[in-house]
Design a protein around this ligand. Structure first.
Ligand SMILES: *Cc1c(COP(=O)(O)O)cnc(C)c1O
Length: 369
């Protein structure tokens, strides 16, 4: 048996939609992007949505649109995909890391205030593995210190915090649609906000700094980028979004199956359900007990055809962060401990009960002492 870590789920509807675009003269800046944005805003409950070429591009534009610039500090999590901190560096601002909570694996609100300085402009919480951050605490700190909140919701499409969709609580929220995310457009992303001025700024910046209304095609009112989403990708997104409720339920069902089959294996801890939040399953990550050698488990699973991932190496320990900021092992002990002991198991919409049973049986045979 060969079980991949991830795999996209593309139906006939997606194929039809992309084909439809290819038969029109509009491969970029056309009706599909607008429809995808409208539908995405509706799904999340945000007032406005702007499609972009990737989640990373969306994060960059969110920071740029909020005028975060050289020397400004942005508080964020060291336990994330590198793009969340890199987007801060793109603006020559400084990522200030705050350690994570050992249960949610998200930024620990109790440690945020100590990291605030006169240069702090924003908090950039990441809803890691689809688990919403403690937004009430984060928003109240932000309000008290007059900071913006940029939600990195790239892993949390479909996740709910106190009846609100992730990404709709801060000033601006960003989603990514890389093929391993809950819904995909190949490459692509979405920025959502309730602030019209911010929306217009993001729309201008993604389109080479052209004004959103009026202006001539080759007139640029500010330094912008080409961070547009093309029409084929948007069409794919529209079709994925139509199936989103079903996709999210399939992922929940698979997570439930995993829970049933591996919850009792000694040496493995599964992610808990946290009150007031609905996790949206992005990847299936488990925590190994401290006496289990992760490299051995990975090698043995690989030998039996089961792919795994080590999400995430801490951002502050990435080579160029160490070099630039002088971080060392021990800078953020909770994040480092979680990072060392986590293991991502295969997770995608089409994973079967048989495959999950095989993974569970293999884990039992590896971990039994
Ligand atoms: C996937 C991801 C991104 C970036 O999304 P891309 O579309 O790949 O650029 C940003 N932040 C987090 C936490 C992610 O998981």
């Amino acid at each position: 048996m060969k079980i991949p870590l991830s795999r996209p789920d593309i139906s006939q509807d997606e194929i039809k939609m992309v084909n439809k675009v290819l038969k029109t003269p509009f491969l970029s800046i056309g009706p599909m992007v607008q429809e995808f944005e409208r539908n995405f805003a509706k799904f999340t409950g945000a007032k406005y949505a702007a499609a972009v070429s990737s989640g990373t591009a969306g994060l960059h534009l969110a920071l740029r649109a909020l005028n975060i610039g050289p020397g400004d500090e942005v508080i964020t999590s060291p336990f994330s995909f590198i793009a969340s901190a890199n987007s801060i560096l793109f603006q020559n601002a400084v990522p200030v890391f705050v350690d994570i909570d050992p249960v949610s694996w998200n930024i620990d609100p109790l440690k945020i205030e100590k990291a605030i300085s006169p240069r702090t402009k924003a908090i950039l919480p990441v809803h890691v593995f689809g688990q919403p951050c403690e937004m009430e605490a984060i928003m109240s700190i932000a309000k008290k210190h007059n900071l913006y909140v940029i939600e990195d919701a790239c892993e949390s499409f479909g996740a709910i915090y106190e009846d609100k969709h992730s990404g709709t609580i801060g000033d601006i929220g960003v989603f990514g649609f890389y093929p391993n995310k809950q819904i995909t457009t190949g490459e692509g992303g979405m920025v959502i906000t309730n602030n019209r001025e911010l929306l217009y700024n993001v729309m201008s910046l993604r389109n080479q700094g052209r004004p959103v209304e009026g202006g001539k095609w080759l007139e640029h009112t500010q330094l912008g980028y080409n961070y547009r989403l093309d029409e084929m990708s948007a069409a794919l997104g529209i079709a994925q979004l139509r199936r989103a409720k079903k996709i999210l339920q399939m992922r929940q069902d698979i997570a439930d199956l995993y829970k049933e089959s591996i919850d009792n294996i000694e040496g493995i801890e599964i992610l808990p359900d946290l009150p007031g939040t609905l996790r949206s399953w992005f990847v299936y990550v488990v925590k190994l007990a401290s006496d289990v050698k992760r490299a051995d488990v990975i090698a043995k699973l690989t030998k039996r055809g089961i792919d795994t991932g080590t999400y995430f190496p801490c951002i502050h320990l990435q080579p160029f962060y160490k070099q630039k900021f002088g971080y060392k092992e021990g800078s953020f002990p909770v994040a480092e401990q979680i990072s060392r002991s986590t293991l991502a198991l295969p997770f995608h919409n089409k994973l079967t009960r048989k495959e999950i049973n095989f993974i569970a049986d293999t884990l039992i045979s590896i971990l039994e002492r």
